[in-house]
Design a protein around this ligand. Structure first.
Ligand SMILES: Cc1ncc(COP(=O)(O)O)c(C=O)c1O
Length: 433
């Protein structure tokens, strides 16, 4: 995986770009999305899988899907769609967007659509329509009502099921609400032969970031046992969909090659031992596709002393920019981007909203380190996934703070996607023109 961060002359470079120079050229607050990082991540992960498939003699293929839910901006989804093998949807509206993307790229009609989530009739009807229109779509069944609805259509729709896993990771909600229980899966495995549905895929999903080898294997094995069982009953089962959660440590030192080789060897041995064909692997990657593509930059515009360490106040809001970190505790790299060759001083960071929770520092140490300078810029590195989905885009935010100027960089071309949000944009949204 390409190393994205570098420091030269005390300034942070990201994907080859001097962030301070961009901040000065375009002004702050600024959001920069590097579409090439999306392409690079996807291409290199696919290559790692293909190399490992050759090396281990694994007999299935690897399909890379973009999990749209991580970032609903058109350019980001389109870039992933072009580099990857298909799109994963999680709602009716997400499927409509996906079909629109397929319309825009008719030559990709054979790429895969995998539909997840709880499905009401609008979503299911659209899946059926997509099937009838010849799309390569797999519905992942998440509850028995969905199964009954689909089976009553008497159509050869490709389906899979999501295996319910108990939560192993500390960051997970206890008793994950998704997936089918063992008795429900057994019912489907018994009943589906009397229907026209075609069982192709066994799916599970676990959260990323907090990758721990033992827990990863434990979940993998639980779900894979359903693949082994299903494959013995139905030869049409040929995909094992490992969901998202591809490890993405912000430390940049994760060894993907060893991880993928070990995973393939593990699955290969299980298949050989059980005398079943090796399945294709499907990955539905949200964070892995999108997270690293985006950086936010703010300027420190004020310093205030109320106690132990001075508050360094930025011209934006940490709370608004990092909902994933504040709501879910997801790590996102927050770092000064200039004056890095100066001495560091202990400060605490604050957003410019009126909210006393709009602050950030290491809770154990009690401070955050910034260069000893009155000309500091702050970078939030890796804001490309879930920040938009959780926060909205083009909305009305805390203290009416404007959304950052939004630039997109692709193939060395820089485009301003959205200017800094204006008060008139905000008036329009609140019907106060
Ligand atoms: C079913 C499913 N697949 C894929 C993803 C994407 O996960 P990640 O962003 O960790 O890649 C999610 C995230 O919630 C999910 O629920």
């Amino acid at each position: 995986m390409k190393k994205l961060r570098d420091v030269k002359n005390g300034e942070l470079y990201y994907n080859g770009y001097n962030l301070t120079e961009l901040a000065k050229r375009y002004g702050t607050p600024l959001k920069i999305t590097f579409l090439d990082v999306i392409t690079e991540h996807i291409t290199s992960l696919k290559k790692e899988f293909n190399d490992a498939i050759n090396k281990t003699g694994y007999q299935g293929k690897f399909y890379y899907l973009n999990a749209n839910k991580a970032n609903y901006s058109k350019e980001e989804i389109e870039t992933s769609f072009i580099a990857g093998d298909g799109l994963e949807t999680s709602s009716y509206y997400d499927l409509l967007l996906t079909l629109k993307m397929f319309d825009k790229h008719p030559s990709f009609k054979n790429k895969l659509i995998v539909s997840n989530g709880l499905k009401l009739n609008d979503y299911l009807d659209e899946i059926i329509k997509a099937h009838l229109d010849g799309f390569n779509i797999i519905d992942i069944i998440d509850d028995l009502n969905e199964y009954e609805y689909l089976k009553n259509k008497n159509l050869p729709i490709k389906v899979g099921f999501r295996v319910h896993l108990s939560s192993l990771y500390e960051s997970e909600v206890p008793d994950d609400r998704f997936g089918l229980r063992e008795d429900e899966i057994n019912y489907i495995l018994e009943d589906i032969k009397n229907t026209n549905l075609v069982l192709t895929t066994i799916h599970y999903h676990q959260r990323g970031f907090d990758y721990e080898e033992d827990k990863f294997k434990e979940n993998l094995l639980k779900a894979f046992n359903y693949y082994l069982k299903s494959k013995k009953l139905y030869d049409t089962v040929n995909n094992f969909d490992i969901g998202g959660g591809m490890p993405l440590p912000i430390s940049e030192d994760f060894d993907y090659s060893s991880f993928i080789n070990a995973t393939l060897n593990y699955l290969k041995d299980l298949c050989i031992k059980n005398n079943v064909e090796m399945p294709n692997l499907i990955g539905e990657n949200g964070k892995f596709s999108q997270k690293d593509s985006t950086v936010n930059i703010y300027k420190v515009v004020g310093v205030k002393n109320t106690g132990l360490y001075p508050w360094h106040i930025i011209n934006g809001s940490l709370l608004i920019a990092l909902p994933e970190m504040f709501a879910l505790g997801e790590p996102i790299l927050v770092t000064p981007i200039n004056n890095l060759n100066k001495d560091m001083v202990k400060v605490r960071l604050a957003g410019i909203t009126c909210d006393c929770d709009d602050v950030l520092f290491d809770r154990e140490k009690g401070y955050f380190e910034m260069p000893d300078s009155n000309d500091n810029y702050l970078g939030l590195i890796g804001t490309g996934s879930y920040q938009n989905s959780m926060n909205g885009k083009g909305g009305v935010h805390h203290c009416l703070l404007p959304e950052e100027r939004d630039i997109v960089i692709s193939n060395d071309k820089i485009t301003v996607r959205n200017e800094l949000q204006s008060i008139d944009d905000i008036y329009r949204l609140i019907h106060f023109e």
